[in-house]
Design a protein around this ligand. Sequence first.
Ligand code: TXA
Ligand code: MG
Length: 332
Amino acid sequence: MKTKILEPTKENITYAGRMLAEGGIVAFPTETVYGLGADAFNEEAVKAVYAAKGRPSDNPMIVHIARASDIGQLTPRLSGDIVALIENFWPGPLTMVVKKKPGIPDATTGGLDTVGIRLPDTQIARELIEAAGCPIAAPSANISGRPSPTKAQHVIDDLSGKIDAIVKGDDCRVGIESTVLDVTGDTPVILRPGIITAEQIEAVLDKKVEIDPAVLKQSTDGSLKPKAPGMKYKHYAPKADMVVIEGQRDKVKKEIERLKGLNEQLGNKVGVILFEEKAFIEAAHDFFARLRELDKENVDLILAGALSDIDGVGFAVMNRMLKSAGYNIVKV
Ligand code: TXA
Ligand code: MG
């Protein structure tokens, strides 16, 4: 398949919208990462997205809308919490998991009776959805298991020849995927941490927000030893082996230098990821792009310094960093 690479002009967005309406699959920029879109109500188109990404079909997709009022097409009821979250965080990097309307195909929601919904904060995304005239199911526009794409070139590298079109835009402002928040029960639960944090959501709703225990355990479990975890945890993975060095900052720096030296002596090409202290927003913005750069440089080993003194945003970045490394952690 020849993939059309489109500059984001009015004409091209209209054209790409028509492709989506007719069952095509089109990648586009959002403020978090690039998405690979299909008409959320078209089962065949949604299946084509899974096929292009090589993604397991039981993993539900996030459905993107162009206006908050379109949420009524996807869910039967709005709670006070949902309305407050829409008013405070949309458009923006917050996905809400709500009860789904029966008309949404199982292929879109992985057979669940809920649906994740998001109103993205880039004009290109909203104009494209508007032009398509339907809600757009869109996972991140990467080959399944690879780092999420934050630049148009990342999408071209992964999906050129496999999808109908790519609408180009600026590099993504946020750099990690949206916060996924389950609001189907009384207590909201964060299923995937993002740049919108539990504290911010708590302040708006004036109630406690939980973090899914699975996320917490994976993000904090220092007892995991290097090489222990199985491949089932591999996600956002670079081609190189990757190790996260965790501990007090000076010791982390020293250990990275030591491991770098040792491995270079063995003839390995070594890449280092070490962010400025407390620069969590920058870390989120750069992390996936950095992994892809190091892959392009063909490094054999990536040594990444764990973020310390983390806030909610740092927590979201550490969630990605540990997954990328397959929970390969060295404590110093
Ligand atoms: O920022 C983002 O969310 C990006 C851009 C393109 O919007 N999209 C994205 O999609 O990250 P994806 O498919 O890579 O990740 C969607 C995540 C998955 O972890 C999926 O399991 C979860 O959201 N999810 C989607 N619908 C869900 C539902 N109904 N219940 C529970 N989890 C859901
Ligand atoms: Mg993804």
